[in-house]
Design a binder for this molecule. Structure first.
Ligand SMILES: [Zn+2]
Length: 345
């Protein structure tokens, strides 16, 4: 039997398991068509909301470094919440729409209006009829499906039962993962729009960007402990979707296996501050052999993404790499000070 036939037989026997959680290019094309039908109703309402709130928004991260009011800012993003047709997804539409979830993601907010892009990125929540999240290059949309939010909340609820975390834990699990996934898709959008050079797997590169953004651009009211917890919740989701047994399709997939994405994220977290995150290694979440190289790996990845994006920062916010790093450090100190203040009642 030829090797080719053997592979075909094997793949038939194992079944098509890949793409359990979207991100796939095939799904993107189909989704873009379906979305164009589903979105018409919600558009007018969403556009009005965008217009109303746009004026009040300014990127906060580099505000202090703004060169001058007269210099040009970057391209503003769009945000839209499309009403689902399925009643069971209604609570997730409400959650996203009423809280203006997309616009309020700290990392998205931080880079909104900061970059010179050929077209705006539009962030959309929608019913997709499958658990998915994706970037559509044709429509320039980053789409979060309500089905994904539902699945994340279900998983968060299960975890909360195990660890006694309650509803608040489940909601945090949902929020942290929505955030990571949207930043991952933002990475695909930036690579596509800016034709950013990537060698190696794009999926790995955008996981790295999402992690870096969550470490650098977290909200000013979020302590390092909260940021860490968010990233660990995101890495948990990688493991949830892993079975430990893989088909050929999974090995051939654009994404690394869930376990690999899990350890890569742990490595970046540990590597960003080995003294602070030593427990990641001592608790057994990251083997020592890998951990050794993580400080250098984390530094290189963070620096690489900064260098890749700096040329596209709008004149108003332009700065050197050194200055950007100083601002990141200053920002981290301020975040920890804001959240570490204690008082006696
Ligand atoms: Zn992806």
């Amino acid at each position: 039997m030829s090797q080719r036939i053997l592979i075909i037989l094997l793949s038939l026997a194992l079944g098509a398991v890949s793409g359990a959680f979207g991100y796939s290019l095939v799904a993107q094309k189909r989704r873009a068509v379906e979305l164009s039908i589903a979105r018409a109703e919600g558009r007018a309402e969403a556009e009005k909301a965008v217009a109303d709130e746009m004026a009040a928004l300014k990127p906060v991260v580099f505000a202090k470094a703004a060169n001058s009011e007269t210099k040009a800012g970057g391209v503003q993003f769009g945000y839209e919440y499309i009403k689902p047709r399925s009643p069971e997804l209604e609570p997730f539409y409400k959650m996203a729409h009423d809280g203006d979830m997309l616009r309020k993601l700290p990392e998205v907010h931080a880079i909104d209006g900061m970059l010179m892009l050929p077209r705006p990125i539009n962030y959309v929540t929608a019913q997709c009829n499958e658990v998915n999240a994706f970037y559509s290059p044709e429509r320039n949309e980053v789409v979060m499906c309500y089905e994904t939010m539902k699945t994340l909340l279900d998983r968060g609820t299960e975890l909360a039962k195990e660890n006694g975390g309650g509803d608040a834990y489940a909601q945090r699990y949902l929020d942290a993962n929505v955030r990571f996934i949207l930043l991952h898709e933002t990475g695909h959008a930036l690579i596509s729009l800016l034709e950013i050079p990537i060698t190696g797997r794009e999926e790995d590169a955008v996981d790295q960007l999402a992690t870096t953004l969550m470490q650098r651009f977290a909200g000013m009211d979020e302590s390092t402990g909260v940021v860490t917890e968010n990233l660990r919740m995101a890495s948990n989701w990688f493991l949830v979707r892993s079975t430990g047994q893989y088909s050929l399709d999974a090995y051939a997939d654009q994404h690394a296996l869930g376990e690999q994405r899990y350890f890569n994220l742990q490595c970046l977290l540990y590597g960003s501050d080995p003294a602070r995150y030593l427990s990641i290694v001592t608790d057994g979440d990251l083997p020592e052999a890998r951990a050794k190289g993580c400080p250098e790996e984390a530094r290189r990845i963070s620096r690489s993404w900064l260098r890749l994006l700096l040329p596209y920062v709008a004149p108003k916010y332009q700065m050197t790499e050194e200055k950007a790093n100083r601002l990141f450090e200053q920002r981290e100190r301020e975040r920890d000070r804001n959240t570490g203040v204690q008082y006696v009642r």
